[in-house]
Ligand binder design. Structure first.
Ligand SMILES: Cc1cc2nc3c(=O)[nH]c(=O)nc-3n(C[C@H](O)[C@H](O)[C@H](O)COP(=O)(O)OP(=O)(O)OC[C@H]3O[C@@H](n4cnc5c(N)ncnc54)[C@H](O)[C@@H]3O)c2cc1C
Length: 379
């Protein structure tokens, strides 16, 4: 069997590893336009149980990733100068580049040598493959080539975000909200190594306009954001890595494969970064794909149909949660009118899936402190 994998992000690299591990005779060609040590962004969070699914089936990869994880148990919400801890919402984080390097090493360990620095320009270049795995991310060439057959749609959220890093660490994943004369700012910040943190700044369209970000280069934007969040940064610098302002794309496909071409990861779906699940979804997609290919060794159409049937219902739940969370952020300046404790409750309840009793079991200290504050009428 000959498999062409387009893209050397988490989905492509892990697909290469799994497919080769289960079928050592398969020829796996993985194409990645970037060099091996280049990527966008900084660190990514994984929920504290996000890697459990790897532990049983692939302890080597699990252990290699876990060694590099930063971990914490609470979220901190900063609003109107107050810091509120929400306990019981554990997360871990890893540098995106570090994660890719681990996955590159795993792919090599089974004999797949990714072809870095190769941009696939047309799918004709992959015509002799039995399966083409589209792990080519949010701007997928495969999806664009067959947009109509996939029933593909890409819609953009209104807010703008820029993905910076910070040369300092934070104790927990922190969501900071600031109202300034320029408008409303939010930062998602958390450490992903002993020295560095991710620092994603999000603004509503009005703030994007009034701050003049449209006319600024990366460095000017960086300096302005550094200034807005000076208190949190405590003198540390923000740093850039292709930290341009973007609108988050919501990718959806009615069908997941066309002929022998199959979508996985961000090429198939996106999940807003506020729920920190895109990387895990990418892993889970390719685990399901490899399983389906293993169970239908003689029929690519059957394998691809089985992959979609098994994975679609699970994915729908998560993308719904991600879209609900994204919707809350789309209105964050309105939520900021709430006093700090009400605001924190609005934040943690934003998925609509946590009633008070579930929340109490998950975050007992937070709920108790919230109720005490409500009784005192201090908001
Ligand atoms: C601001 C932000 C924060 C995020 N935070 C988190 C987080 O905290 N936790 C989390 O789990 N997820 C997070 N994500 C999402 C996560 O980054 C993605 O879901 C994940 O990277 C998807 O993996 P992928 O392999 O499908 O795609 P990608 O990682 O995008 O990889 C696709 C690869 O394909 C390559 N490629 C594309 N086209 C071609 C071509 N024609 N030829 C050759 N190569 C090609 C690209 O160079 C790229 O390396 C975040 C995303 C954003 C934007």
């Amino acid at each position: 069997m000959k498999v062409a994998i387009l893209g050397g992000g988490p989905a492509g690299l892990y697909a290469a590893y799994l497919l080769k591990r289960q079928n050592p005779n398969a020829q796996i060609d993985l194409y990645e336009q970037n060099a091996a040590d280049v990527t966008f962004g900084f660190g990514v969070v994984l929920s504290d149980r996000a890697l459990e699914f790897l532990a049983a089936d692939d302890p080597e990869t699990h252990d290699a990733i876990v060694r590099d994880l930063e971990a914490w148990k609470d979220i901190t919400i900063r609003h109107q100068g107050q810091s509120i801890r929400i306990d019981g919402v554990g997360f871990t984080a890893v540098g995106r580049l570090r994660l890719l390097q681990i996955l590159q090493q795993r792919a090599r360990s089974v004999g797949v040598e990714p072809r870095f620095g190769v941009t696939v320009k047309s799918l004709d270049e992959l015509a002799d493959a039995d399966i083409v795995v589209a792990a080519d991310g949010v701007n997928s060439l495969v999806r664009r080539t067959h947009a109509e057959e996939f029933g593909a749609t890409v819609t953009y959220l209104n807010n703008r975000f820029a993905w910076f890093g910070a040369r300092r660490t934070f104790n927990t994943l922190t969501q900071t909200f600031r109202e300034t004369p320029l408008g409303h700012f939010n930062a998602h910040h958390y450490r992903f190594s002993p020295e560095l943190s991710t620092f994603i700044v999000e603004v509503d369209p009005e703030t994007f306009q009034s701050a003049g970000f449209e006319r600024m280069d990366e460095d000017a934007s960086r300096l302005l954001c550094q200034n807005v969040f000076a208190e949190e940064l405590e003198g540390a610098e923000l740093i850039c890595n292709r930290s341009i302002w973007r609108q988050f794309p919501i990718v959806h496909n009615d069908r997941w494969s066309v002929g022998n071409r199959v979508l996985v990861g961000d090429a198939l779906h996106t999940a807003h970064f506020s729920i920190g699940s895109g990387t895990r979804l990418a892993f889970e997609d390719v685990i399901a794909l490899a399983k389906a290919v293993g169970e239908h060794p003689n029929s690519v159409p059957d394998a691809l149909a089985a992959y979609e049937a098994a994975r679609r219902p699970i994915l729908q739940k998560l993308t719904h949660a991600a879209n609900t969370s994204a919707e809350w952020y789309e209105h964050f300046p309105e939520h900021m009118r709430l006093a700090p404790w009400e605001f924190a409750m609005s934040y943690i309840s934003r998925s609509g899936r946590l009633d008070r009793e579930r929340l109490r079991r998950m975050s007992p200290h937070f709920v108790q402190a919230y109720e005490e504050n409500s009784l005192q009428g201090t908001g």
